[in-house]
Design a protein around this ligand. Structure first.
Ligand code: FAD
Ligand code: SF4
Ligand code: SF4
Length: 501
């Protein structure tokens, strides 16, 4: 009888010592085989378009790189992956040429491995904790993960979800970012009826309108949302909770509701001149660029308001959003691009890999500097900034920045992009539900064991719970929330709660 991939994987971990020894011979090649990544397009070539900058491994490359893994007894890569992906197993299956099985193992813990493989900050998660990192460079985990699932799509192994039984219980999900999409996939797998409400005109959240193409091609995202539609998830686009319906309406309509709305209130910068023309919020700028690349007419882009072409651009901030802005400005043909950040390189929140990519593309980083004023007549033309000194680390371990007196200097700027991070919107107010419990930062308060809020049958996941975070954490939360919803419905859900009252 043919064995299922899961059986075969189980066999690998319970196999007799001789089989394990044979497997180890294929693996542990890190001494002989140096680390390699898929080809990266050269900076001059990639700086003029929005195509992804990394290519794909070929079969030989993926097999070789996977074989570098030493199959650790305690795999720290897996411990530090928020999804606890079974990395050693799918690396071994790839090294053995058993790619379809590698795909089955990989997709069992991650709904979107090809997306995480592209945009996780692996240097801080799986790869940064790979134990062969010290003497030899880490295994290229993210690139192999991407290769496995891109190959699965090419081979037709990724099939729409067909639940074994359809269930009558229905779940309403608010927000179609990675948190909402991961929960939708998990709930459909169990047979629940899933309605996804999204205020934008396309599904995907920040995957579609925030993160630029050169990191994550939009076809990769649209392929996944189409796959969910083919799996029976009903998408309601241009449907905003708070405008087209209240939270109470949704609770009436569905047996459980999941809030996965992300965080969108841009943090402001408190300096004179923020009201000047040419000083714009990062997300407005990135959304305009992404829409334009998706083929939409974007008036603010055509008028030049949200277009860096020919301009001296200054981006304020040091996170992923700032990195995406500087690199977008390069591709739009900016005359110069500078990134102003108040801490130093070692203390910036953005991925080091993205900083290196930005530098290669000609971005100038002005470390340890903070803006003092934006000046110009009606429209910005000068940013005045001060140098910063980093003081002694506080209890959180971060050094506090202080201004150095008399250190001010000027930078020419026609476009200033503010990328200082995001806070949650006022959800209880927007949803017309004052009883929805939030923390003092405005994030939705949940019981982390179940992901349920203080409202019966209302769950929450992703950035709206954690604050601005990562795609992989949103996927993890979406999966946890789906498990919490299933547990809740199995226990009787709203009906049980009403009966108990
Ligand atoms: P979101 O992706 O924000 O999705 C929320 C969705 O809810 C949106 O579609 C929104 O329109 C919808 N919504 C909101 N309110 C309502 C409402 N009232 N009614 C209906 N719909 C509503 N993470 C990484 O791991 N790697 C990266 O490289 C990376 N780069 C980033 C670059 C940028 C520019 C930004 C801003 C973030 C980046 N992140 C990155 C972070 C990552 O995108 C987020 O952590 C992740 O998308 C959060 O997922 P989510 O599902 O919680 O929310
Ligand atoms: Fe690494 Fe992210 Fe993949 Fe986990 S999901 S293995 S952290 S790339
Ligand atoms: Fe392989 Fe590195 Fe993970 Fe160890 S930590 S199992 S060597 S990928």
């Amino acid at each position: 009888m043919a064995k299922s991939p899961a059986d075969k994987t189980a066999d690998a971990s319970t196999a007799p010592e001789t089989v394990k020894r044979a497997a180890r011979q294929i693996m542990q090649r890190f001494v002989a085989v140096p680390k390699d990544m898929p080809d990266k397009r050269s900076a001059p070539e990639r700086s003029h378009d929005f195509d992804e900058i990394y290519g794909e491994f070929d079969v030989a490359g993926a097999t070789q790189q996977a074989s570098r893994c030493s199959q650790c007894g305690v795999p720290f890569c897996q411990v530090h992956c928020p999804l606890h992906n079974n990395i050693p197993d799918w690396l071994m299956l790839t090294a053995e040429g058993r790619l379809e099985e590698a795909y089955e193992v990989s997709q069992a813990t991650n709904n979107f491995p090809e997306i995480c493989g592209r945009i996780c900050p692996q240097d801080r998660l799986c790869e940064g904790n790979c134990v062969i990192e010290k003497g030899f460079e880490s295994v290229s985990i993210g690139s192999v993960e991407k290769y496995i699932t891109d190959s699965a799509w090419e081979q037709g192994w990724v099939k729409p979800i067909k639940p074994r039984h359809e269930l009558t219980a229905s779940i309403g999900i608010i927000g179609s970012g990675p948190g909402g999409l991961a929960a939708a996939a998990e709930l459909r797998r169990k047979g629940y009826q899933v309605d996804l409400y999204e205020r934008a005109d396309r599904a995907g959240g920040l995957l579609i309108y925030g993160i630029p193409n050169f990191k994550l091609d939009k076809e990769v995202v649209e392929r996944r949302t189409q796959w969910l539609a083919d799996s029976g998830v009903r998408f309601h686009l241009n449907f905003e909770i708070g405008r087209n319906a209240t939270l109470a309406d949704l609770r009436q309509r569905h047996d459980a509701v999941l809030i996965a709305t992300g965080v969108y209130k841009a943090r402001e910068i408190e300096v004179p001149g923020t009201e000047l023309g040419g000083v714009v919020p990062a997300l407005d700028y990135l959304i305009a660029s992404n829409r334009r690349n998706l083929g939409d007419d974007v008036a603010e882009f055509d008028s030049g308001t949200l277009n860096a072409e020919g301009k001296n651009v200054v981006v304020i901030g040091g996170g992923d959003t700032a990195m995406d802005c500087v690199r977008t400005a390069v591709r739009q043909g900016a005359q110069s691009v500078k990134c102003l950040y108040r801490r130093n390189r070692a203390n910036m929140p953005g991925s080091q890999r993205e900083v290196a990519n930005a530098e290669e593309e000609g971005v100038e980083f002005v470390w340890l500097a903070a803006p003092e004023t934006f000046a110009g007549s009606g429209k910005v033309d000068i940013v005045t900034a001060n140098r910063i000194h980093l003081g002694i680390a506080d209890s959180s371990g971060r050094q506090s920045p202080t201004l150095i007196d008399g250190s001010s200097f000027e930078i020419e700027a026609d476009l200033v992009i503010k990328a200082l991070g995001f806070d949650p919107e006022d959800l209880p107010g927007l949803f017309g539900e004052p009883a929805l419990p939030v923390t003092r930062w405005g994030t939705v308060r949940v019981d982390h064991k179940t992901m349920m809020t203080g409202l019966d049958g209302v769950f929450a996941a992703g950035d709206i719970v954690r604050g601005a975070s990562l795609v992989v954490w949103a996927v993890r939360d979406g999966r946890d929330a789906a498990a919490g919803i299933e547990q809740y419905l199995n226990a009787g859900g709203q009906a049980a709660a009403q009966a108990a009252e």
